[in-house]
Design a protein around this ligand. Structure first.
Ligand code: ADP
Ligand code: MG
Length: 488
């Protein structure tokens, strides 16, 4: 008696149920519907391309064995992928999966084989908070899709400098032409407070402004991971994936957060692949370079390198000044030039901190109804600026200073009163005070057995000279940048 497709598939299912976990079985096999059996080729219907990919990626072995048992070695499995009639955006629903993805064992998929009206998903995924039904991004909804972007992060307020030039111009170019950008994916990385979120949101906002029909979605990795976990729990992973596949520009912030989260990374990997294959733009940020990303799947990290990786560095003195001026302007506020210089010189770690300091200064001034002069600025900053958490080795500091000023180490330690040596020594004391936890007494002892009052005098002298002489202050600035890197 010829077998029918239902019997064959049910037998396969019995075998598969023994082989895979109960949860996986429910999620990935129960939704499959047997369609037809022609000769030794069984066709099954799966709900989406995402679903198909997932099966091929994770269950190809067990599927092969099941088919072997039922149909023999010549048995084949074909997939029919449900395509949402009419409503489906052009992308994911009818995507052409590259043939390399079709495994060698003979299982094949049909390119949009069948247009079966799609049933509403039983589980509504939690993706994208406000979009209740992930399948409803139809033509008319594209403009009102909530991109989760903060309108305050735009290019107009993003100050350009040496430290962000590449990332910024890549971002602008993507924003202008998100469809065929040369930078896909774009990975922006850099330390905290250097403008990653601002920049990638600015890209998203600009895309929306110039291409209102594009679906842009910003999501933090934390939120993405939470949604994924929720989807695993609710067995709505494929609906979750499907939701993301409808996006034209996907922005995922702080991807390092996915470290160690294997399953979430896998879902992201699939989404990434689909979007990328369909020419959709992906933008991710990370607090470190791809090379340093720990706990991330290598295949995911290597994807990041396909496009452009651009880093944001610490802003230099010039850029810090520009940022201060721009922020003050935006707030309708002004500060004396000396104060601007002082703040730019003192707050070097990152832009977020710089903003924090400005807010304090402005608050201070309006509370006291007074001008912010240099003294007020210094007092305010005293409580805020704490640049370095980790000590740097004192021998590193003095070596750098000796190199920088071209003064031998011995001279720094001995009694020489030559002006250039005195300055180098004072700067060494000043920076040792700043970057180590050594007491004034200990620092004095280290630099030629001097008294603690000599050290505090040196600190005062360096401060004074920096106020007076911009080029000297830049010198100290450069040394500090070097030590910060070391403390990194
Ligand atoms: P990150 O995501 O790298 O931690 P953010 O993007 O949150 O940093 O930036 C921290 C703050 O600094 C934000 O308020 C942002 O607007 C501001 N900022 C960062 N870079 C710039 C820049 N180039 N010009 C102006 N403001 C900036
Ligand atoms: Mg951020």
């Amino acid at each position: 008696m010829p077998k029918d497709c239902k019997t064959v598939w049910n037998n396969c299912l019995q075998y598969i149920a023994q082989e895979v976990g109960g949860q996986s079985f429910k999620t990935w096999f129960q939704p499959i519907v047997p369609m037809k059996l022609v000769g030794q080729t069984l066709t099954v219907q799966v709900p989406s391309p995402f679903f198909y990919e997932w099966l091929e990626e994770h269950f190809v072995g067990v599927l092969r064995r099941a088919i072997d048992r039922e149909l023999g070695p010549a048995g084949r499995l074909e997939y029919s992928i449900v395509v949402d009639k009419g409503k489906a955006p052009k992308g994911p629903g009818v995507m052409n999966l590259p043939t390399s993805k079709v495994p060698a064992h003979g299982a094949q998929k049909n390119q949009p084989v069948q247009r079966v009206p799609k049933k509403a998903p039983t589980q509504v995924p939690s993706a994208g908070d406000k979009q209740s039904n992930p399948f409803t991004i139809g033509r008319h909804d594209r403009r009102s899709f909530d991109s989760q972007l903060n309108p305050k992060y735009v290019f107009e307020t993003f100050v350009e400098g040496e430290s962000n030039r590449l990332a910024r111009s890549a971002g602008l170019s993507i924003a202008k032409n998100p469809k065929s950008s040369a930078f896909n994916p774009l990975m922006v990385y850099g330390g905290v407070g250097l403008g990653k979120t601002h920049l990638v949101q600015a890209i998203g906002n600009k895309v929306k402004e110039q291409h209102p029909d594009k679906v842009v979605l910003y999501v933090s990795s934390e939120k993405f991971a939470n949604q994924a976990v929720e989807a695993f729990k609710n067995r709505s992973v494929q609906a979750f994936g499907q939701f993301y596949l409808q996006v034209d520009v996907l922005i995922v912030d702080d991807i390092q957060f996915l470290a160690g989260k294997e399953k979430t990374q896998e879902v992201f990997f699939h989404i990434f692949n689909h979007l990328h294959q369909n020419g959709k733009q992906i933008i991710v940020t990370s607090d470190c370079s791809p090379k340093e990303l720990q706990g991330m799947h290598e295949r995911l990290v290597s994807r990041f390198k396909w496009g452009l990786t651009a880093d944001l560095q610490e802003p230099d003195y010039n850029m810090r000044t520009n940022i201060i001026v721009k922020k003050l302007q935006a707030d309708g506020f002004s500060l004396e030039q000396t104060v601007v210089d002082y703040v730019a010189r003192t707050v070097q770690t990152n832009i977020r901190e710089l903003e924090g300091v400005l807010v304090s200064l402005i608050a201070n001034a309006s509370l006291n109804r007074s001008e912010v002069d240099l003294n007020v600025a210094k007092t305010t900053l005293q409580h805020i600026v704490k640049n370095i958490e980790e000590d740097i080795d004192i021998s590193f500091i003095e070596k750098q200073i000796s190199d920088y000023f071209g003064v031998p180490l011995e001279a720094i330690h001995d009694k020489t009163r030559k002006r250039n040596v005195v300055i180098a020594r004072q700067v060494a004391m000043y920076l040792t005070k700043e970057y180590t936890r050594l007491s004034l007494k200990a620092i004095g002892r280290h630099f030629g057995n001097r008294d603690h009052s000599t050290v505090s005098h040196a600190v005062g002298a360096v401060n004074k000279l920096m106020d007076k002489d911009p080029s000297f202050s830049r010198t100290v600035d450069e040394l500090q940048a070097m030590f910060r890197k070391q403390a990194g």
